[in-house]
Design a protein around this ligand. Structure first.
Ligand code: HT7
Ligand code: ZN
Length: 885
């Protein structure tokens, strides 16, 4: 395996300007003819032409119509003698789509052909300069059996169709936009489309199409509405119009990730596309909207301006996640619903990215090296990358950021560029801003891995009426990186009086005219102090509002201050944060002391007050009353005993259920939705609170409380008119290991037999069920033998195996090591089928060195066992070797 380093980047020796591809599609053997126009890159030294190719059968190579000598070395086709002037290169090869279980390149699924080329899948279709800085104009001809593959799609515009002999037909497509090979796509399948014509603000007409299998058409309405909303939003917010006459979206059920932004032909995992109230939860509707938007937004951030090399991945992914997060917030409309979006994004960041930043795979937002690029589609590149983009906006303001985006496109439209180019454009568009005066320091967000620790301490001087806030930062060492330098940390803050009133914020040296009650301080040194004047009494600081930087904050606040923030903070994010901190302190106290957890009256009363609050949004209440994720709790500990963490969380859950039983019953009864189903924030917020309440009531019933609730949950599963309520009731029974759980699961399975996406949920729910005496683990082992289970479909494999290993720490980390043995077996089994999916599963062990014994030793043994396998994929080998380094 070769280590690829960012600093070794060299521009390509050749450009490919145009490519004419012709496919004769057959599942066992597809013939690919590629005719390219190449040109030497005058800017780099002469060298041979080296094309990438994997798992291909080469038939012929012609230059300007003449056969030419070539060499094949590893995954390269090398041609030493090529003309100095522009020339035509023709290559003919075959590939085997039906054998392609890795789902990278051209593969078959459900009787159709689909492609996935990011990051390096195009080289599994034909020989090419498969790197993002080589951008070509594509013309694509597809030939296939007409009855089996009536739809023949590729990027761009349809030029012609024709009927051929032997029941075959042809379609020819042309994409006028030069693009890197990772954005190429083709689909040949028996599909139907939902269509919508739209006229954009710019007065142009476009055809939007969502292609799916025949029976799924009615599940595409939400995706189409999301797509239309995305087009409208990008034009309004960033003045970025749809640049294609036809924009197609296709669903496929075998897919490695959520979706792919191929130019004009997005391909989606059906799990990220199909929705109906009967089969999808509110969370599914929300997720689909954001993924449809994400892929659409890539049309500018990724496709029109792409990445120079894969180290720059966050240039498109961090920026596009930021854009989809902003879109979701704007769609949410009310301030409270916006805050709920932000809370959910931060929760995901902390549960996924913080552990990554502290583990064996820690890497910078712009990594310095990789063996397998597929391993770097990470929470750091995506979610921390989005936080970095958010900080630009915080530092230059919303308008300043939009100006920066315009300059970025003015400068780089049609180019393959770097994260530095983006930073420069935002800074240049905002001269004199807190960003442009600190740009070099700000850039450290791209180069330094690890989550910075921000410490804040306040000192009030009653005589001088000043409040001095001292901020300091430190960033712990990560593999290969110690001695980090200070970063730019925007700290949005407010000060509250002890009674909860917002205080005016005037810094020493400013004229007293400033009356803002919220402002942003910029920390760019190891330590800085800020003196607020005219402060009437000792304030309660509300720091890092809206989570203004991806850091761990230590503000030293105790219960009394947190209770003030929980009650009064005008920043909903920090209000939620206070609820989490109160819970976290109690759970960590129990875990660290080894004493059983007992929730105190102050905490329970505060939670009751939140639940019963007259004005708070139900969605917010559900989030505030949810305990922190076990993964996030584990991150606060230097040595983690997952069973002790789980025991404390389970005890907290039970006590919350019992102490607030009457309040949960009240919340359940008073938040029912009677109107027709809509996934909007108001309805979904009520359902979230109702389902949380029901889960608490069922849990309490199984612990000796009011025994009526399991029966009510069972009845609700029968009567529910939407999947959110049905699944909520089912998971209440399953998580509490209620007696009725098994018959409810059987009933649910029978009802949704044949609905693959719902059966995925059925597996996932059992894989994620709260562990109790090893029951969940035993159930998963049993389900691996279920007739509906298969490792070949990534959604299904994830639904059961990942649910256990990734999302159920207490069921996975077993003292008898059976969880780790299971993990090793599944990583190896998956690696033989689909290395990308296996690589993801391998990541579960990233944090093994933080485990307490006996988990630590057993985890190491399992990793060593995987690493010992001689023919591991690069994907898995890189992960396990980094874990053991
Ligand atoms: N840009 C895409 C990332 C991607 C991918 C998608 C599907 C299968 C394999 C893949 N490898 C990389 C998806 C996105 O971020 O929008
Ligand atoms: Zn993306």
């Amino acid at each position: 395996a070769t280590l690829i380093r960012r600093e070794d980047y060299v521009a390509p020796v050749f450009w490919i300007r145009t490519v004419d591809l012709c496919f004769d599609l057959e599942p066992a053997k597809t013939l690919v003819t590629s005719k390219m126009r190449l040109e030497r890159n005058a800017g780099v030294p002469h060298g041979p032409l080296r094309l990438h190719g994997e798992e291909l059968n080469l038939l012929r190579v012609l230059i300007d119509g003449e056969s030419v000598s070539f060499r094949q070395e590893g995954h390269e086709l090398i041609i030493d003698n090529v003309p100095d002037a522009d020339f035509n290169l023709e290559i003919r090869n075959t590939c085997a789509p039906e054998k392609n279980t890795a789902l990278s390149g051209l593969y078959t699924s459900g009787g159709g052909f689909f492609t996935q080329c990011e990051a390096e899948g195009f080289r599994r279709i034909t020989y090419f300069l498969d790197r993002p800085d080589v951008m070509a104009v594509y013309t694509v001809t597809l030939r296939a059996d007409k009855a089996r593959y009536p739809m023949l799609l590729s990027n761009g515009n349809l030029l012609e169709t024709a009927t051929l002999d032997n029941g075959r037909h042809l379609a020819k497509w042309h994409d006028p936009f030069p693009k890197p090979s990772y954005l190429f796509a083709l689909v040949a399948a028996d599909l139907v489309a939902r269509e919508q014509r739209i006229r954009t603000r710019a007065g142009k007409d476009h055809l939007l199409q969502v292609y799916v299998r025949r029976g799924d058409l009615e599940k595409t309405e939400h995706a189409m509405n999301s797509l239309i909303a995305s087009v409208v939003w990008d034009e309004a917010r960033f003045k970025l119009p749809l640049d294609l006459e036809r924009f197609m979206v296709v669903g496929v059920s075998d897919f490695n990730m959520g979706a792919m932004e191929n130019k004009g032909l997005n391909i989606f995992n059906t799990a990220a596309l199909l929705a109906s109230p009967a089969i999808s939860t509110d969370a599914d509707f929300h997720r689909i909207e954001s993924i449809v938007a994400h892929e659409y937004f890539h049309n500018w951030t990724g496709n029109r301006v792409t990445c120079r090399d894969w180290f720059q991945l966050s240039l498109k992914e961090g920026l596009t996640v930021f854009r989809d997060q902003e879109f979701s917030q704007d769609m949410a409309a009310t301030p409270s619903a916006r805050a709920v979006c932000r809370i959910q994004d931060v929760r995901a960041l902390r549960a996924m990215q913080f552990p990554e930043d502290a583990g064996s795979m820690a890497h910078a937002v712009r990594p310095d090296q990789y063996v397998e690029i597929n391993n770097f589609y990470t929470a750091t590149v995506y979610n921390k990358g989005a936080e970095v983009v958010r900080m630009y906006q915080t530092l230059v303001g919303r308008e300043g950021f939009a100006k920066g985006m315009s300059l970025y496109f003015e400068r780089h439209d049609g180019q393959a560029v770097t994260c530095d180019d983006f930073a420069q454009a935002i800074a240049d568009a905002n001269p004199g801003s807190p960003l442009s005066t600190r740009l070099d320091t700000f850039r450290r967000w791209y180069s330094q891995a690890g989550t910075p620790r921000l410490q804040a301490r306040g000192a009030y001087d009653a005589d001088a009426r000043t409040y001095t806030l001292t901020l300091s930062q430190a960033n712990p060492a990560t593999p290969g990186q110690d001695g980090k330098q200070p970063q730019v940390i925007p700290v949005a803050l407010g000060l509250l009086s002890r009674e909860g009133r917002p205080l005016p914020l005037t810094l020493q040296g400013e004229d007293g005219g400033t009356v803002a009650t919220e402002r942003v301080l910029v920390l760019d040194q190891a330590e800085q102090s800020f003196v607020f004047v005219d402060v009437a009494g000792e304030p309660v600081p509300s720091l890092l509002r809206g989570f203004s930087a991806p850091v761990v904050l230590d503000d030293g606040l105790g219960d009394a201050e947190l209770l003030v923030l929980l009650k009064h903070d005008s920043d909903a994010f920090n209000r939620w944060e206070a609820s989490q901190r109160l819970a976290l302190a109690r759970i960590l106290g129990a875990v660290r002391s080894g004493e059983p957890l007992t929730l105190d009256a102050a905490y329970l009363d505060a939670m009751r007050a939140v639940l019963r609050h007259a004005d708070l949004d139900p969605a917010f209440k559900a989030l505030a009353l949810q305990l922190p994720d076990e993964a996030y709790i584990a991150e606060q500990l230097t040595e983690v005993d997952p069973q002790a963490v789980h025991a404390a969380v389970a005890a907290a859950q039970e006590q919350l259920a019992t102490a607030l039983q009457a309040d949960w019953a009240w919340a359940f009864e008073t938040h029912q939705v009677s109107a027709g189903y809509s996934p909007d924030p108001v309805q979904s917020g009520k359902r979230a609170l109702v389902n949380l309440s029901l889960a608490m009531l069922v849990l309490n019933a199984t612990r000796g409380g009011d025994g009526v609730w399991p029966g009510r949950a069972y009845q609700r599963i029968k009567d529910a008119t939407n999947m959110t309520d049905r699944l909520g009731a089912l998971s209440a029974l399953v998580n509490a290991h209620a007696e009725l759980a098994d018959s409810a699961l059987a009933r649910f399975h029978a009802q949704f037999k044949g609905e693959a996406l719902v059966i995925d949920k059925w597996f996932a729910m059992q894989g994620r069920a709260a562990e109790q005496d090893g029951k969940t683990f035993a159930r998963v082992k049993q389900l691996m033998k279920h007739a509906d289970f298969t490792l070949k479909n990534p959604n299904r494999a994830r639904s059961l195996i990942f649910s256990l290993c990734m999302f159920n720490p207490a069921a996975f980390h077993r003292a008898d090591a059976a969880g780790y043995v299971f993990w090793a077996e599944q990583v190896l089994a998956l690696d033989a089928i689909n290395p990308q999916v296996a690589g993801r599963l391998a990541r579960v062990m990233d944090r093994w060195t933080a485990l307490a014994e006996p988990y630590r030793g057993a985890a190491r043994e399992a990793i060593v066992r995987v690493a010992a396998k001689p023919d591991l994929s690069n994907d898995v080998r890189e992960i396990v070797e980094r874990a053991l380094a």
